[in-house]
Design a binder for this molecule. Sequence first.
Ligand code: GDP
Ligand code: MG
Length: 427
Amino acid sequence: MAADTIFAVSSGRPPAAIAVLRISGPDAVAAATRLAGRLPAPRRAGVRALHDPVDNQLLDRALVLVFPGPATATGEDLVELHLHGGRAVVAAVERALAVMEGLRAAEAGEFTRRALAHGRIDLTEAEGLGDLLSAETDAQRRMALANSDGRLRRTVADWSATATRLSAMVEAVLDHADEDDVDASDDVLAMVRREAAALSGAIDDVLAVPPVERLRDGVRVVLAGPPNAGKSTLLNALVGREAAIVSPLAGTTRDVIEIPVTRSGIAWLFLDTAGLRDDTSDPIERIGIDRATGSMATADIVLWLGDGTAPVEAVALHARCDARDDVAPDRIAVSATTGQGLAVLWQVLVDRASALLPKVDDLALNRRQAGHAGTAAAALRRASRQQDPLLLAEELRYGVQAFAALTGMRATEAVLDDLFGRFCIGK
Ligand SMILES: Nc1nc2c(ncn2[C@@H]2O[C@H](COP(=O)(O)OP(=O)(O)O)[C@@H](O)[C@H]2O)c(=O)[nH]1
Ligand SMILES: [Mg+2]
């Protein structure tokens, strides 16, 4: 089945000075020709008058660029129209394209999906691109750029090549099992086991790096404690706006409120929770308390605002310190009202987060990638202990398959839908 030719504005939402409309697919050049007449030479920009092929009305004067496939971003014929970025201009050109046979508007992420389908990029690069588009901090940008640029793909290709080479060595031993001298075969197998162990160790090192999600989605900081401890007020003070409702009534905060902020070059996700108490008869507050407990379980950092024993590893605060006489030397005294202690608290948060985040130059994996890397590492570890050459070869093959899944050679539709659903239209 021939693919549709797709089009979408790939630059920002109009109005803007310029709107870059991309057309990709087998009919891209024909469609552009119907609008613009004779096209400029490949990869050369040319100004053309665009006319509606139906009524010959002038639509815009635009810069036209033709990129013949397969050496293009999508792997297909690709045309860029640099239009004047007014809404009506863009809409008129899109209308003229939409009525052409075989053309349709692109779905979110569809250009990148085609790049993947045509082998222009692998799944790790597509994931890196997705992260790059949503990057808000410099660390996010640098990590995403490295992965979209093939850093992870190259590493996995090396791992896979090693496993494949080891697998071939075992196959060779198996093929010549009767003829060869047994000692030499044993030497080869011993070396294969050693190399498999080394490779699984190298993968484990990468798996030990904190996950990309924490960098991408923010360090999850949960404010927890009894009702009226000042959680919502502190959250507002930390994020710098009135995000959560504050009141002297216990049980005001019911649902978990999630507030993303960027500070000190780190993306944070602050979560305000319902106050923890056992004696509520309010069923809705009860649900809120269950959600609060759930949030604490998935927190990267818990800020504990309560006099009682703080949860293990939580940052214990002496909250509302302006309004109390007692002191707690082992806690950070903070007041959301006067601002006392907030700078100290931020420094503690930044220090903790730095240890929880991948370093920019680290090779870090997302959860999907780590799942497959873990599968491969486990297979290689088993291979390193396997005495039976047949089973040894089997484990190595298993490892190679996991690498293929990691780079998307065997990605399922569900994985692809999930990834590209996060992309914008036109990417
Ligand atoms: N004096 C003083 N009052 C505070 C402070 N933080 C919160 N409060 C007050 O304590 C009450 C409960 O605050 P809230 O943030 O709703 O507590 P939560 O139930 O833990 O979310 C409100 O009346 C706040 O105005 C503080 O740092 N100093
Ligand atoms: Mg509250």
